[in-house]
Design a protein around this ligand. Structure first.
Ligand code: PLP
Length: 399
C-alpha cells in the first residue's frame, strides 16, 4: 500500500476516523524523505529542522539505516525477550561501553523509559528496606511523557488537569532553584528526576550549579539521580549524552527519540547499584528491545560514534548556536537564544512565534513552535552548515 492520497484526502480521513487529540494539524502529509528534505504528497520539498520532534537523528532515508533495516526485516522482526536477542545484547553493550552506566533496558517510547526509571528508583528503596521512600522531585515546566506516572512527573498543569487525581507522588520545584531543591528532599524522597535542557517547554537549560547540587543531594541521601535524556540524548546536544556536558554521572538515565533514527525504541540505563534492584519478573515488555528496533539503535550509535556523525553534529550545533546569536544581535525582535548543540530555542519579545513558524512553513521550512514566543530548532544530526544558512536567511527574511 503506497501513500499517494493528497494532503486534503488524508485530512478528511483523519478528521473522520482518528481520535481528536492533535486538533488541526499543520496542513501537509509527507510521503518520502532524503537527508533533511521531506517531500509532501503534493510534491513540494521541505527542509526539516524539526526531525519529527527531535527524532530522525540520521535524517530521512539514510542509506545505511534503510539497508540494514531492510536486511533485518528480511531476517527477523520480533521474537520477544523470552529468548536471547543478539541485537539487544549488543546494543546494551554499546551503551554501557560508551557511558557511565553498567546496564541497559529497552522499551519502545520515552514515557515508558521514564516509567521504568521511576520503578527502578522505587524498587531500589524497597530493596534497602525503606519502602516509605515513594516521592520524586521533578521540575516545573518539565515534560516526561503521557503515561499516568509520567504525566504526574511532568510539571505542567495543562497535561495533568484532565487526569486528576494523579497517581504517584511528585513534588515540582522551579528549574535552577537550588534552595528549593535542597528543601524538597525529605525522608520520603526516592529520587530527583530532571531534564538538563527542558525541550518541550521551550528549550530551558539547567545551570551547572543546580545539576551538580541535584547529584550531590542524591548521593548524600542515597536516592536516585535520574536524568531524562529522551530529547537531549543520542548526540542532540553535541555529546553522546547531555550529562557529559555537566560532568555528572546519573544513577539512571533515559533515552528514546533519536536512538532508533525514527524506529520506536526507548531505553533506561543505570549503574550496577540501582540496576541490581530489579530482580527477574520486576519489569518487562513485549516489544522492547526486539531485533528490529535494536538493529536501528546499533546503526545510529555506530554512525554517531564510529563514523563521524557525532563530531560533525557537534560542529553543526556550534555553528547553529553562533549563527542564531548573531541573528539576535541583528534582530531586535529576538529576546534570547538558548540551548546546546542541535537543540536550540529562539524566544521572541512579542508573541509572534506562531506567525514566524507559519511564514517559515510557507517558505517550505519546518521548525517547532512552543507556546507564543519560542521557536524550537532540532534538526537531524546530519544537518550541515549550508542547510543552517538556509534556515537563518529564511528567519531573517521573515522577521
Ligand atoms: C524530555 C522528554 N521526556 C519524555 C518524553 C516522552 O517521550 P515519548 O513521547 O516517546 O513517550 C519526551 C517527548 O517529547 C521528552 O521530550
Amino acid at each position: 500500500m503506497s501513500a499517494n492520497l493528497s494532503t486534503e484526502q488524508v485530512k478528511a480521513l483523519d478528521k473522520k476516523y482518528y481520535m481528536n487529540t492533535f486538533g488541526d494539524r499543520i496542513p501537509v502529509s509527507f510521503v518520502s524523505g532524503d537527508g533533511i528534505n521531506l517531500r509532501s504528497a503534493e510534491g513540494d520539498v521541505y527542509k526539516d529542522f524539526f526531525a519529527g520532534i527531535a527524532v530522525s537523528a540520521l535524517g530521512h532515508n539514510y542509506e545505511r539505516l534503510t539497508k540494514e533495516l531492510c536486511d533485518q526485516i528480511g531476517r527477523l522482526i520480533h521474537t520477544s525477550s523470552v529468548y536471547y536477542v543478539e541485537n539487544q545484547a549488543r546494543l546494551a553493550q554499546m551503551l554501557v561501553e560508551n557511558t557511565c552506566a553498567d546496564r541497559a533496558f529497552f522499551c519502545s517510547t520515552g514515557a515508558e523509559a521514564n516509567e521504568g526509571a521511576i520503578k527502578l528508583a522505587k524498587k531500589y528503596q524497597i530493596e534497602q528496606g525503606r519502602p516509605e521512600r515513594i516521592e520524586f522531585i521533578t521540575l516545573k515546566s518539565s515534560f516526561h511523557g503521557r503515561t499516568l506516572a509520567t504525566v504526574a512527573a511532568t510539571g505542567q498543569p495543562k497535561y495533568q488537569a484532565p487526569y486528576k487525581p494523579l497517581i504517584e507522588k511528585f513534588v515540582h520545584i522551579e528549574l535552577n532553584d537550588v534552595d528549593a531543591l535542597k528543601n524538597a528532599v525529605n525522608e520520603k524522597t526516592a529520587g530527583i528526576m530532571i531534564e538538563l535542557i527542558q525541550g518541550e517547554s521551550g528549550v530551558h537549560p539547567a545551570t551547572m550549579e543546580f545539576v551538580r547540587e541535584a547529584e550531590r543531594l542524591c548521593r548524600e541521601n542515597d536516592i536516585a539521580f535520574i536524568v531524562d535524556e529522551v530529547q537531549t540524548g543520542v548526540g542532540r546536544c553535541g555529546r553522546l549524552f547531555a550529562h557529559e556536558l555537566y560532568g555528572v554521572k546519573p544513577d539512571i538515565f533515559t533515552m528514546a527519540k533519536g536512538l532508533g533514527g525514527g524506529v520506536p525504541i526507548g531505553a533506561f540505563c543505570a549503574n550496577e547499584k540501582f540496576a541490581s534492584a530489579f530482580k527477574p519478573g520486576d519489569h518487562g515488555t513485549t516489544f522492547g528491545g526486539n531485533p528490529l528496533s535494536t538493529r536501528a539503535g546499533l546503526v545510529v550509535l555506530d554512525e554517531l560514534l564510529n563514523n563521524g556523525v557525532l563530531g560533525r553534529a557537534a560542529e553543526a550545533g556550534e555553528y547553529l548556536g553562533d549563527s542564531l546569536n548573531k541573528l539576535k544581535d541583528e534582530c531586535p525582535e529576538i529576546a534570547e537564544v538558548r540551548g546546546a548543540g542541535l537543540m536550540r530555542g529562539v524566544e521572541f519579545k512579542e508573541p509572534k512565534a506562531k506567525e514566524v513558524g507559519n511564514k517559515l512553513f510557507e517558505k517550505k521550512i519546518l521548525v517547532g513552535v512552543v507556546g507564543d514566543r519560542v521557536l524550537r530548532i532540532v534538526p537531524p544530526l546530519i544537518v550541515n552548515k549550508s542547510d543552517i544558512d538556509i534556515l537563518l536567511n529564511a528567519i531573517k527574511e521573515v522577521l
